[in-house]
Ligand binder design. Sequence first.
Ligand code: GLY
Ligand code: MN
Ligand code: MN
Length: 449
Amino acid sequence: MNNTATDYSARRQQLMAQMQAQGGGVAVIPTAREWIRNNDNHFPFRHDSYFYYLSGFTEPEAVLVLVATADKQESILFCREKNPEREIWDGFRFGPEAAAKEFAFDAAYPIDILADKLPELLSDARTLFYSTAQEPHIDSQVQQSLQAVRDKGRSGIRAPGITVDVRALVDEMRLFKDATEIALMQRAASISAEAHARAMRSARPGKFEYELEAELLYEFRRNGAQAPAYGSIVATGANACILHYQSNQAQIKDGDLVLIDAGCEFDSYASDITRTFPANGKFSPAQKRLYEIVLASQQAALECARPGSVYMNGHHAAVRVLTQGMLDTGLLDKNKVGSLDDAIASAAFRQFYMHGTGHWLGLDVHDVGDYREALKTGDTRAYRQLQPGMVITIEPGIYVRPAEGVPEEYWNTGIRIEDDILITADGHLNLSRDTPKTVAEIEAEMRAR
Ligand code: GLY
Ligand code: MN
Ligand code: MN
């Protein structure tokens, strides 16, 4: 199911073709830093997604350099050397020679000589394709290398005169997922779907939020997912109204709703699913009323998930259904906010729905890619149209904090429903479709406890 060296090599060629179309130059793409947690302890290393997308290489301390001139494409890896002593402590390292072979690079060198090699590679390059202010330790090496090239100016050698943000070129490639990426994202979503169902089945009043988090993690790892794609949110009762709730420490009370926003990362690809269910297995009438509104709003947004539909259509459709629901339930007072159109125009709905309806999903949970069309002179940048191969989340919600004029039966209720949606040629495929979602499905899953 994984991408092969040939796939990564094809991506590098595609990027270098774009560089050639812009007159050629040199791209410098580092992987992520290792972060010290304390003393000699590091946080778990996660490679940079751009670097990984173009290389498949997951070791730290590595930099990809692409050289693209009119008649030449060359991809070079700088990586750690083999080190028998360190490999006893930290594990296997490819070393440049094996890495070049295994990952189909034209050449590979020890990372320690990057500073010496870069000035040579940048000499007479027209454009430097590099994203500044992302990896400061590489920024300084790039700056020193540019200076070293300028120092040779009297011998007729020129430093790149233009800098282009290489990430912007890769963003557009990453936005469209190929068949292998889609298979990996389906696997990630399927594991997460099973994890959500497991958490539902294990939920009981009296348990703690972290016990449900443990069920999620168990299901992720049991299936070979490397890590959660982001900090899992297990929020019960009033905590569900905290959008980025992370502590997961509270005890679950009878009558609470449980909002779980959690997804695993499988072979570097993210899933991002939210479900909301009653801790005791049965929605109260008030909970059910709000839940059905959020569900209907997600359905409205899903109907916009097809090629040619403008990205924001889904949000507008969801907001319309949510706002109507807020008026019907008295969350919004018609006498104060006016008609449906008035309540949308004045953004009165934001009291209970204050976030967007989704985002791109891929190697990163909030994945890269422009949400708007390229800027044309004089235009405002319109939202772009959905196209096959894009993956989005659709995640409407309602969050009711206690407030004067808001019916008390809804206080401290937070509901969000989130799925991972692949745009296909004729519509969409819900990658997280196996996660129980309707009231009937959730109550049935919980009866199986
Ligand atoms: N879990 C992050 C999000 O839903 O955007
Ligand atoms: Mn999301
Ligand atoms: Mn989420």
